[in-house]
Design a protein around this ligand. Structure first.
Ligand code: PXP
Length: 251
């Protein structure tokens, strides 16, 4: 088991608050710097087609000012492809995007959109960008990711996050099975969406999940506890969940 699990902090919603009033405050780059100083292993930002939070200038500034890996979340469009090829972030996570949605709903249909995605993925990979696909923990989608030649998948934990009781456990089991399948077929596995202090532990404990990407909860909780201590607490919860899981496997 990879004991250490990376934490990518998504700073989109710092930009959401900034955009509510226009101007420059709060500054997503300042948040990214605090995130890195507080233990984030990378910064994630989603440049949406409608620019509702992160804007093009933010991607330029993050690329210029943050030394840690930048993970650009992007829809598979020609516009986003050319932006990614211009900035060459460390990683690009291809997400499904609908203009009318509040947040990314459901995973990318990598299997159904294979022919459309293949040339886009190919150009990103050829540019040296570590491409991941944001998908449901569905063996068909995982197999399509391998066929598309991506090294990484990010499993969508949104459904797990919003369900309760037995339904949540069933979704967790699906994610655990999916993560194991991903490892078997040679994919690096990440996970994210809707994760909080209360629900992160079972996901952090999954052996083959090498990275979590967390945004909305951290930025919201930072209002009460500060970004620095909120990220540190999340880091501790992840580390504890992994240490417990490792201990349980040894006994
Ligand atoms: N991973 C991906 C691919 C996402 O699209 C998002 C949301 O932008 C996240 C992780 C983070 O989700 P949340 O903001 O709910 O923590």
């Amino acid at each position: 088991m990879t004991q250490y699990q990376r934490l990518g902090v998504n700073i989109d919603h710092v930009a959401t608050i900034r955009n509510a009033r226009g101007g420059a405050c709060p500054d997503p780059v300042r948040a990214a710097k605090i995130a890195v100083a507080s233990g984030a292993d990378g910064i994630t930002a989603h440049l949406r087609e409608d620019r509702r939070h992160i804007r093009d200038e933010d991607i330029s500034a993050l690329s210029d000012e943050i030394a840690q890996p930048l993970n650009l979340e992007m829809a598979a469009t020609m516009e986003m492809l050319s932006i990614a090829l211009r900035h060459k972030p460390h990683a690009a996570c291809i997400v499904p995007e609908k203009r009318e949605e509040v947040t990314t709903e459901g995973g990318l249909d990598a299997a159904g959109r294979y022919n459309y995605l293949a040339p886009i993925v190919g150009q990103l990979v050829d540019a040296g960008i570590r491409v991941s696909l944001f998908i449901e923990a569905d063996p068909r989608q995982l197999d399509a990711a391998v066929a598309l030649g991506v090294p990484v998948v990010e499993l969508h934990t949104g459904r797990y996050a919003y369900l309760e009781g037995d339904a949540q456990q069933a979704e967790l089991d699906r994610i655990i099975t999916g993560a194991a399948h991903a490892a078997t077929i040679g994919l690096e596995c990440h996970a994210g969406h809707g994760l909080t202090f209360d629900n992160v532990a079972p996901i952090a404990a999954i052996e083959s999940v090498a990275e979590l990407n967390i945004g909305h909860f951290l930025i919201g909780e930072a209002i009460f506890g500060g970004l620095d201590s909120t990220i540190k607490r999340m880091r501790t919860l992840m580390d504890n969940a992994r240490a417990d899981a490792l201990g349980a496997r040894r006994t």
